[in-house]
Design a binder for this molecule. Structure first.
Ligand code: A3P
Ligand code: MG
Ligand code: MG
Length: 380
């Protein structure tokens, strides 16, 4: 019994609502029952066009066209002459999500009481990609993160801030790495059509400004979440289930030739793929396996619900429950910490591998991220 108590107080220490200044990311602390995660419901979608302009509709939706099992797609084709790359030095923060919120506010106020009619009925608004980073944190050994949080009218907004290390990485990418980043988008072009009866056009331009984003609402334990994520394409069958169940995530990965490569694929790649698609309820990932010259030699479908089975023979592998419990406890930690309700106050949560999550508070700083147009619109 003594042991038991000690064990409990160890895991609870970081979660004491009154005195926690830091949150542990040690895996053992999150090995418990899977938390409640409600089926995500799509509440809307939006599009970003070839010039990164926002549209409150699904015009950029694409349709999945199943390729041959062994297709020989050349992913290097067009890199030099048919590629328009999004400028990733431009930090858009939550702006597109906030634009969607402003345009769709009425859909979010489910409780029509006078007390809550001005506020969104959610605890957190963020990008899916930020939550993916949280899910994988207990297993991440290389890249840290910074997440800025601001409470405004009872809702906490979470927006990523690029770390110094990430900025250096981005500014010092090798030519080979830059080309490889194109390959994933080129695979999308080989497997997606612009309209339901169309065919893919591998001769066209790849423009990474273009995006279709779903907006979903769900709940993780007692955290009501609203987040948006980019969706690669959908099942074109008119009998397909409603979104997000009809969505398909596309991925590329190096061809697997050895048991070691298979093990690494299970341990590292499938963790990221699972986390990204599980969150918005996207049920499958279509993977193109490519050789060193960037030629897709095989295509395989992975069902998100079957991934935990696939990895269970790997020794000391990642576990979905650890990912979800850590995310849940992080959001609890954020709720306990972010107490001042003001659009100009930022609580900066920072994490580096092998460290605890810590935070600092910034008033009227360079980190404030809620735009004036948003604050004014929501104060009406
Ligand atoms: P792959 O997924 O085939 O690697 P997403 O898969 O999320 O839809 O992203 C599409 C493509 O964007 C990726 O294709 C990859 O080419 C590129 N990409 C996305 N995130 C990246 C990152 N953090 N680093 C490098 N490339 C990235
Ligand atoms: Mg994508
Ligand atoms: Mg993809």
């Amino acid at each position: 019994p003594n042991n038991q108590r000690q064990h409990q107080s160890e895991s609870a220490a970081e979660h004491n609502p009154l005195n926690s200044r830091a949150l542990s990311t040690r895996r053992e602390l999150y090995e418990r029952d899977f938390p409640v995660y409600k089926q995500p419901v799509e509440v809307g979608s939006f599009s970003l066009d070839s010039e990164r302009r926002f549209f409150n509709d699904g015009r950029q939706m694409r349709y999945y066209v199943e390729p041959e099992r062994n297709p020989n797609f050349d992913l290097r084709d067009g890199y030099k002459d048919r590629f328009v790359k999004r400028d990733d030095s431009v930090k858009e923060k939550l702006d597109h999500v906030l634009r969607w919120v402003v345009a769709n506010r009425s859909k979010l106020n489910s409780r029509k009481t006078s007390a809550s009619s001005c506020a969104l009925d959610v605890d957190f608004v963020t990008w899916r990609g930020h939550l993916t980073k949280l899910l994988t944190t207990p297993y991440e050994t290389k890249e840290g993160w910074m997440l800025a949080a601001t409470k405004f009218r009872g809702t906490i907004y979470i927006s990523e801030v690029e770390t110094e290390a990430a900025r250096r990485e981005r500014e010092n990418r090798t030519e080979r790495h830059k080309e490889m980043m194109y390959w994933g988008y080129k695979f999308e072009q080989y497997t997606c059509a612009d309209n339901v009866h169309g065919a893919p056009d591998p001769g066209g331009v790849v423009n990474t400004n273009e995006a279709f984003c779903t907006v979903v609402q769900t709940r993780l334990a007692d955290h009501r979440l609203l987040f948006s994520g980019e969706v690669d394409c959908r099942d074109k069958d008119p009998g397909a289930p409603a979104p997000p169940a009809c969505y398909v995530e596309l991925k590329t990965s190096a061809e697997i030739c050895t048991p070691k490569q298979r093990s690494n694929f299970h341990r590292f790649k499938l963790l990221k793929w699972w986390a990204q698609s599980f969150l918005p309820g996207v049920p499958r990932v279509v993977a193109g396996f490519r050789d060193h010259e960037g030629v897709v030699v095989s295509v395989e479908t992975f069902h998100i619900s079957k991934i935990s089975q696939l990895i269970k023979n790997e020794y000391n592998c990642w576990r979905p429950t650890v990912c979800m419990n850590f995310c849940c406890d992080f959001l609890t930690f954020v709720k306990q910490t972010v107490t001042e309700d003001s659009p100009s106050v930022v609580y900066m949560f920072s994490w580096e591998p092998r460290r605890d999550v810590t935070f600092s508070v910034h008033r009227d700083s360079q980190f404030s991220f809620l735009p004036h147009w948003y604050v004014e619109e929501m104060t009406r």
